[in-house]
Design a protein around this ligand. Structure first.
Ligand code: HEM
Length: 497
């Protein structure tokens, strides 16, 4: 009989010893950024980072300045906090900073999708063709019709719709945006009622995955949660399976284009299902939460709601009475654009990551040069270093619906830091090679949703004095943040005037 206790104990000592040694061996080399390994071997600062990412980074910035390297779970991350120094990282003319390497590992783990050569470029070219410009016009109409279908139901407005309904605002927004977005991109069958029921069920499962997602990425799930994640992955692969969805109508050109590429590359159908899951996640994980923050800010700021309703009345005119107004109106809404930009400034908190290939020198805006080490990861967190910088955005924590408007009502694009005009004055979509290719569609669908809600519904918070909830600390760094708890609200369909 093997004495397992001492064997496992010895193994643990060897592993911990090895990890401590690796950590101890790493020393700051000449010209490298300040190195902060933290006090816990291997884990480094992982606990403080996960507990409250912005707070941790603020402390590190106060201690080390605008660039520093920290250890997080055995990996070294170099954070660059000065937005005037972002240019060389995002442009990366020397091609030393790699987005794809990190992303490929992540999507394999999270969605089970194994990348094929050229797919990253293909996603961007399919998106340029179908999620921007002319390609977007048809999709906007589909999205408008899907939103009205989801909000009003297949039979259109019913008498009970003009009675007050109560719901959680976060749940309501996420649910509506998810169902409308999913149906518009992945298509309908001939049975719309069934489609809506299936979309509802899919949303329930999506939220289960969404809740586990941050700890899944950090590999911090308990055994039961691991099993649950596996079950959810299989469920999504099956529900989005290319074989089972052959008979669907109106699969968006975007999805169809990308699947055709994968077929031409000889990618197996089972892997195409996993690709679909990845695209469902990318396309539906942020629009609902962002729309929640937008409606909540509007409900907490009556002056903003009033300005927006005035603009909507002017832009939509008589057509605003109908749910099927002309989507070209979306191009004439500077106030709504400013509301959305301000919402994204406050609500979007992605981390941009690049793996360093070969040692590489980064020149900061100050002229200082820093040597980045091959294998480390360069990280940007624009929420803290751009969105919340009081020099760029005075009173950064406040929601100001007209922050992105000039006095003449046009879009404001001139922002300054230390007296210098700044190019990246908000970065909700990331930037450079990994910039969100769905950003134009995302904006249109969220704008359509907000327009429909404020023009057709009376909306109010159940408790008008309820404070804006804090961000769920788990969500920092993963795109749009989510609230730590929901906010109750009421809505009813307005009767035509
Ligand atoms: C409010 C809504 C959205 C926000 C805030 C958002 C934000 C982002 C960000 C920050 C990234 C870059 C991630 C990185 O650098 O690692 C990204 C990537 C991506 N987004 Fe979005 N997104 C939104 C909606 C959408 C929509 C509606 C679609 C598609 C219909 C979409 C498709 C994608 C795809 C495919 C990628 C991966 C791009 C790549 O691999 O280079 N997103 N998004």
């Amino acid at each position: 009989m093997v004495p397992w206790g001492p064997v496992l104990g010895a193994l643990l000592v060897v592993i911990v010893g090895y990890l401590c040694l690796v950590g101890l061996l790493r020393q700051r080399r000449p010209q490298e950024p300040p190195l902060d390994k933290g006090s816990v071997p291997w884990l480094g600062h992982a606990m403080a980072f996960r507990k409250n990412m912005p707070e941790f980074l603020k402390q590190m910035r106060a201690k080390h300045g605008d660039i520093f390297t920290v250890q997080l779970g055995g990996q070294y991350f170099t954070f660059v906090m000065d937005p005037l120094s972002f240019g060389p990282i995002l442009k990366d003319v020397k091609r030393k900073l790699d987005f794809v390497e990190y992303a490929e590992k992540l999507v394999l783990k999270v969605f089970g999708y194994q990348s094929v050569p050229g797919d990253h470029r293909m996603i961007h070219s399919a998106s340029t063709k179908h999620l921007m410009g002319h390609g977007l016009e048809d999709l906007n109409k589909t999205m408008r019709d899907s939103l009205s279908l989801v909000i009003l139901g297949p039979a259109g407005p019913r008498p009970e719709a003009s009675r007050w309904h109560e719901d959680g605002l976060f749940h309501f927004c996420y649910n509506v945006l998810f169902k409308a977005g999913y149906l518009s991109l992945f298509g309908y069958t001939k049975d719309t009622e069934q489609d809506l029921l299936r979309a509802e069920e899919l949303f329930t499962q999506f939220r289960k995955f969404d809740r586990l997602f941050p700890r899944f990425v950090y590999s911090l799930l308990g055994p039961r949660e691991w099993l649950e994640v596996g079950r959810l992955q299989r469920l999504f692969h099956k529900t989005l399976s290319v074989r089972e969805n052959l008979e669907k109508d109106g699969v968006s050109n975007w999805i169809a284009h990308m699947l055709q590429f994968l077929r031409e590359q000889g990618v197996a159908p089972a892997m195409q299902d996993k690709f679909n899951f990845m695209m469902l996640w990318a396309s539906q994980g942020n629009t609902g939460p962002t729309s929640f923050w937008a409606l909540l800010f509007l409900l907490k700021h009556p002056e903003a709601m009033q300005a927006l309703r005035k603009e909507a009345a002017q832009v939509l005119g008589e057509a605003g009475q109908s749910f099927t107004f002309d989507v070209s109106a979306l191009q004439r809404t500077p106030v709504l654009d400013s509301v959305m930009e301000e919402t994204l400034r406050l609500g979007a908190a992605p981390t941009l990551l690049r793996v360093v290939h070969d040692d590489h020198v980064l020149t900061m805006a100050s002229g200082e040069e820093y040597r980045l080490r091959s294998g480390d990861i360069v990280a940007l967190f624009p929420y803290l270093s751009v969105h919340m910088d009081p020099d760029i955005h005075p009173e950064p924590a406040a929601f100001k619906y007209d922050r992105f408007l000039n006095p003449d009502g046009s879009r404001k694009v001139d922002f300054y830091k230390a007296g210098k005009k700044i190019h990246h004055y908000t970065m909700p979509w990331g930037s450079g090679v990994s910039m969100c290719p769905g950003r134009f569609l995302a904006l249109s669908e969220m704008k359509l949703f907000v327009l429909l809600m404020i023009t057709h519904f009376d909306l109010e918070l159940v408790d008008p004095d309820v404070p804006v909830p804090p961000v769920d600390p788990q969500r920092w760094g993963f795109g749009t943040t989510q609230p730590s708890h929901d906010v109750r609200f009421r809505y009813r369909l307005r009767s035509p005037e």
